[in-house]
Design a protein around this ligand. Structure first.
Ligand code: PNS
Length: 160
């Protein structure tokens, strides 16, 4: 079995920035499990099932990519998946503190687990699920920032 990495997040919703990290990571790892957090502290706009369905549709068929959900501690999930690598994307400097804190906490919880970071492509530097949701909620055009299926689901959510 080759090297597998866990790519965790809220994915509320998945963006083209996430997909870019995923594609690039597939050049380094044999398989990637997208682990959708079922109980993020942030109240998600999309249900867990909706988030998983849009991810599945955005990725189409790639037998190197698995989609799963988890609750509880991420490090426990990673151990259960029989790997020791967490992948996170990093955008502007503003991400750094949060990511640093999270990876240090995960490291405190389990020293065997490594977090690796990939810098986002400049195209996605200033996009995030949060800002995309805000723009979409106000009727803004978010085409090109998210997969088409997400565009569609956001429009349905916000009723236009
Ligand atoms: O996409 P996000 O919202 O930045 O993802 C954050 C996520 C889900 C990776 C993080 O909140 C998480 O790992 N939650 C699981 C709970 C946990 O393990 N917390 C302790 C480590 S900080």
């Amino acid at each position: 079995m080759g090297k597998m990495v866990i790519y965790p997040g809220s994915f509320d919703p998945i963006t083209n920035g996430h997909l870019s990290i995923l594609r690039r990571a597939l050049t380094m790892f044999d398989s990637i499990t997208i682990a959708v957090a079922s109980n993020p502290i942030k109240k998600p706009l999309f249900t867990l099932d909706e988030r998983i369905a849009t991810i599945r549709e955005s990725i189409k068929d790639d037998d190197r990519v698995f989609i799963d959900s988890f609750s509880g501690l991420l490090v426990d999930y990673v151990v259960n998946q029989k790997t020791n690598i967490i992948l996170r994307g990093m955008r502007a400097l503003s991400d750094f503190e949060y990511e640093f804190q999270m990876s240090l906490m995960n490291r405190k919880l389990n020293k065997n687990i490594q977090t690796i970071f990939m810098m986002t492509d400049y195209k996605w530097l200033y996009t995030s699920s949060t800002i995309i949701k805000e723009a979409a909620s106000l009727g803004g055009d978010i085409k090109g920032l998210v997969p088409d299926i997400v565009c569609q689901r956001l429009k349905e959510k916000f009723g236009y």
